[in-house]
Design a protein around this ligand. Sequence first.
Ligand code: BG6
Length: 291
Amino acid sequence: MPVKVLEEKVVLEHPSGSSAEVYFYGATVTSWKYQEKERLFLSEDTHLDGTSAIHGGIPLVFPQFGKASNPSAETAELPQHGFARVSRWEWQGISVDSDSQVSVRFRLTDAQVPEALRQKWPKKFRLICTVTLAAETLTSTIEVKNEDTKSFDFNTLFHTYYLVPDISKVSIKGLSNVTYFDKVANGPETLDTDDSITIDREVDRIYIGVPNDDVYIDLGYGTSGNFILKTINLKDKVVWNPWIDKSRRMSGFGDEEYKKMVCVEPGTVSSYITLNVGETWDGGQTLSIIP
Ligand code: BG6
């Protein structure tokens, strides 16, 4: 299957008309097309030149989600969402190329992390990010290996931005009866008893310990083009839309673009994963289109 390796990104193409693009910067997926139609949001104002985190697509969060709330956490000095999304990853080539799918791999070790950030979390590690394109699915996985002499703690998350025709038509199902932490109000933890989540204001919630691996996302396209999000080994889900005021405050994000996106982000962020010396940990997500 065609894979084009360009200077800044890799482009995957599937004979069915699906395609994906992954930047070396952050191993960020910036485009996923199904039936030649874009499915991921990418801000028109974002920087793609490696000067700041990409707003859109699927940035990878590691080893800290947000800013650490505990000042004694190992990751306390790191900037919001850690360093994986602002480091240039190394191309590792094609790992699977069959009639039905193609997988490409990227690697990040401590040696590739910008020095100023590496000093804030001086651990030895290796990350492998694999992106797999099939006719109706896009899968991203991350493998974390501890190559240090001590155990370490980390968060990770797939910060997935969905492109939507109209935010007022979006509805997210599968998080009912799950407790969430409201980041806008800074708490408290609340049980969500609604059948589905709709967005009509700033929403920034961490759903903690989601029992369902599958979340159904109606992006408002009508009868076709909705999604099932499946996750592997990731216990939390973040639902985020910045709405009006936060959009205005964010750089690299247009003032009106909140109407065209919603983030549903699987990760493990409500607590840290502890990884012992020499061990590896894997997690991932699959986005499936319901034709
Ligand atoms: C979400 C967070 O995951 O990412 C939000 O829950 C945050 O609080 C958003 O605003 C975007 O973060 P950033 O650093 O890319 O602007």
